[in-house]
Design a protein around this ligand. Structure first.
Ligand SMILES: Cc1ncc(COP(=O)(O)O)c(C=O)c1O
Length: 311
């Protein structure tokens, strides 16, 4: 198994402007459930064991990286897992849910209207009654325990790779960014790139978690390309090129969009000469399985080659 490490990307468009572009390969931290998930789940599962729970219950869609990781991690920790799945489950399972089932997760379908109420106390009370032995953790595993754990990632990166002028990471709930920000101890522009089109909500949520410590944080709201999991020809082409030139796999939902946002920022002259830029690869590679066809179709729409100025 490889370890997370820093990888410099020798992309001409960047070094022409004297900007060093680097990737923190947190996707390499585990062959099955890579990225931010281990950080998020470890403290929650330890808590479940310490408090005597035998199950962990959480929420997600049928391609959820979180449910996928939860199912695997619970099995490793000797816990049972329950996944409340948004929408239909089956009759044919997605490969993500197939894995979850194989790792022992009990899959509970939940219609979309009810799913939207997953944080409401009456729905949570009902779940507690139904699953009295389960620790219930929020969608994405995003809570104060996981944010505390993710603050360690800041220290790991600083120790192994030094300091940066810019650090980018994809946001869903924003908890990964919140964890990084809560540990940030040198001036650096910490930027979240939204995968979900939710305006100010990401920043507000982060402020709710870490309050005053979110002062210098930025969340870019204009890089989701029309919404969660929406794919454009440019995104698809960039992901293809990055994999073929540098051997780096990027998922289109989170990390592909983050790298595209960084490239657009370069084009707009937002970096200055000498800047060290880091993108944290947050994993999510299992989710690619649901989007290979859309990626292919999107790329087929490209009529003349895109000039990314790679070399
Ligand atoms: C691969 C990947 N990257 C980034 C994120 C965003 O993480 P967060 O919800 O902590 O913002 C997620 C969401 O869970 C994810 O699956």
């Amino acid at each position: 198994m490889s370890l997370p490490c820093i990888q410099s990307i020798p992309w001409k468009a960047f070094y022409d402007q004297d900007i060093s572009l680097n990737l923190w390969r947190e996707d390499l931290n585990h062959p099955l459930i890579s990225g931010n998930k281990l950080y998020k789940l470890r403290p929650n599962l330890k808590k479940a064991l310490l408090q005597g729970y035998t199950q962990v219950l959480s929420f997600g869609g049928s391609w959820s990286n979180h449910l996928h990781a939860l199912a695997w991690a619970c099995r490793e920790y000797g816990l049972e897992s329950v996944g409340v799945v948004r929408g239909e489950v089956g009759p044919v399972l997605t490969p993500t849910l197939e894995d979850c089932k194989m790792w022992g997760m009990q899959l509970v379908p939940c219609d979309r209207q009810t799913y939207r109420r997953k944080e409401d106390s009456d729905f949570q009370d009902q779940l507690i009654k139904q699953y009295p032995n389960a620790l219930i953790i929020p969608e994405g595993g995003s809570n104060l325990d996981s944010i505390n754990a993710l603050s360690e990632l800041w220290q790991v990166i600083k120790e192994k790779a030094g300091s940066f002028d810019w650090i980018f990471c994809a946001t869903g709930t924003g908890s990964t960014l919140a964890g990084l920000q809560s540990a940030a101890d040198y001036p650096c522009r910490l930027v979240g790139v939204q995968a979900v089109a939710e305006g100010e909500a990401t920043l507000e949520r982060i402020r709710g978690w870490i309050n005053g410590r979110a002062k210098h944080l930025e969340v870019w709201q204009d890089a989701h390309l029309g919404g969660f999991a929406k794919i454009t020809p440019e995104l698809s082409d960039l992901i293809y090129q990055i994999e073929h030139r540098y051997g780096i796999p990027l998922d289109p939902v989170y990390n592909g969009k983050t790298l595209l946002a960084i490239y657009r920022a370069l084009e707009q002259g937002r970096f200055k000469s000498g800047d060290r830029v880091l993108m944290i690869h947050t994993g999510g590679l299992q989710g690619i399985r649901g989007l290979t066809n859309s990626m292919k179709v999107a790329r087929q729409k490209i009529t003349s080659p895109i000039n990314w100025n790679f070399d």
